[in-house]
Design a protein around this ligand. Structure first.
Ligand code: SUG
Length: 454
């Protein structure tokens, strides 16, 4: 079944606020100047490249940031300007920074997906991730749910569930970044990776937080009506999380019959691989990468595993890796060895997504994969499938609205919020998505286009 790559378009407030403990790049770049326009252009260039390979590409809109509704729920009140000014002074501005993050760009964390071919009711199931491990990311699920329901609106084919309840520490769900779907002629297997469990003993990471719970993964598999015999629940290696692999897709990537996996991705890799082979047969090609070939620190810094492995129209596979992995000799050598071996991968391409990488998001983080039949693609709502005309319109839209430099201190500028509303209001028209943002739905909060044109 062909797969559509739904990429998150980078939002106008893309910045480096150092919000994600356990994400080395986010910590390293805290306080640096960002370039939202370049970030959005890099993302669009990657989408156009993937589309040029003959792979279906679609776009998900950014979220409205700063989230004024989230700031109001924290007790900041008055006009939008007053809310922003007050939040900028409390706790060193931490709530304003968190509520301004453009983190919805990392669409691999938007949701988990089960294609209709794998579900017992024949529907395509999507569950938006609750992202409760990090405050700034926990602001995403409501808008993500609205966006996905606007796009996957055809109820006879698609079901977009509510995110799992953000119930204490029980159901931490990070979406597809901790999920791998593999398939051979024997059928499909779903690997759900978890970092901690709320119930029962386990040995977890010591330094960094584990975000995904086993209980959340089990609930997603149930919700998606997957055949339990096709599901595996594998613990992420605690050492891998402590080395900076806060999501599984930092150390592993799979596509169809192919799995590229670092030694520190899973706690018991040998057992998992053996089990998958029993399930999927000898067609399964596993490329295990030893820490001796590519130390985890390189894998985390250069993100060769955070690549998109794509099946192209001739049936072979290609890897779309970050430019950073080309510049790291060990990472590059590993990818080139994999692409020149006996397996299904025939080529590697490198793309520059540096603005996103500096917050810990590589090519694979920027996209949500949705395996879909042609009829399902035809049933999507909105204008989200990327063709040349839409790509050009989006680049022009970015150039019209986005700043080319932003420091965390600039988040206190109320005109940034107005610029964002104006841009996103226009975007929903471009993408034909209707009113999906709080500022479009709250009475009295409509955008005055004439007054706020930059
Ligand atoms: O959740 N970074 C994101 C990166 C997500 C990467 N996604 C995947 N691996 N699939 C995160 O840690 C940093 C934001 C900041 O510090 O400003 C951030 O949220």
């Amino acid at each position: 079944m062909p797969e559509i790559q739904f990429d998150g378009l980078v939002g106008p407030t893309h910045n480096y606020a150092g919000l994600s403990r356990g994400n080395a790049a986010s910590t390293l770049h805290e306080g640096r100047q960002s370039n939202p326009r370049a970030a959005a252009r890099e993302g669009l260039a990657k989408m156009r490249f993937v589309s040029s390979l003959g792979v279906g590409q679609a776009v998900l809109p950014p979220h409205d940031r700063p989230s004024l509704s989230a700031l109001r729920r924290l007790g900041f009140h008055g006009s939008d300007e007053e809310v922003i000014a007050a939040a900028a002074t409390v706790d060193g501005g931490r709530y304003l920074r968190a509520c301004s993050s453009a983190s919805a760009m990392w669409a691999a964390n938007a949701a988990t997906v089960a294609p209709s071919s794998d579900t017992q009711d024949g529907l395509l199931h999507i569950t938006p991730a609750n992202l409760l491990a990090m405050f700034h990311r926990g602001l995403e699920p409501a808008t993500t749910t609205r966006v996905l329901r606007a796009i996957f609106a055809a109820g006879d084919r698609f079901v977009v569930h509510d995110p799992l309840p953000p119930a204490g520490a029980l159901l931490g769900d990070e979406g597809a970044a901790n999920h791998l779907r593999l398939a051979t002629s024997r059928g499909a297997a779903h690997v759900f990776a978890w970092g901690r469990r709320a119930v029962g003993a386990f040995s977890g990471p010591r330094i960094h937080p584990a975000r995904q719970t086993l209980e959340a993964s089990l609930a997603i598999a149930r919700l998606h009506r997957l055949d339990p015999s096709a599901c595996r629940f594998a613990q992420q290696s605690p050492g891998g999380i402590d080395a900076g692999a806060f999501h599984t897709d930092v150390l592993a990537v799979g596509n169809g019959s192919f799995l590229l996996v670092h030694e520190l991705a899973f706690a018991d890799q040998a057992a998992l691989t053996e089990d998958l082979r029993r399930l999927l047969g000898d067609e399964l090609v596993v490329e295990p990468i030893a820490d001796a070939e590519l130390p985890a620190a390189h894998a985390v810094a250069a993100y060769p595993f955070n690549s998109q492995v794509l099946t192209v129209p001739d049936g072979s596979m290609t890897i779309v890796a970050p430019e950073d992995a080309r510049e790291d000799p060990a990472a590059r050598a590993m990818l080139e060895r994999v692409a020149s071996g006996q397996g299904p991968v025939r080529s590697v391409h490198f793309v520059d997504v540096r603005q996103s990488m500096q917050n810990g998001g590589g090519p694979a983080c920027l996209r949500l994969r949705v395996p879909m039949t042609d009829a399902e693609v035809g049933a999507l709502s909105g204008r989200v499938i990327l063709d040349d005309a839409l790509a050009e319109a989006l680049v022009a839209w970015v150039d019209r609205h986005y700043r080319d430099r932003l420091m965390p201190a600039d988040l206190a500028d109320p005109t940034l919020a107005r610029e964002g509303m104006l841009a996103l209001d226009e975007l929903t028209q471009l993408l034909k998505l209707g009113s999906i943002y709080d500022f479009q739905r709250v009475p009295g909060a409509a955008v005055d286009h004439e007054r706020h044109r930059p």
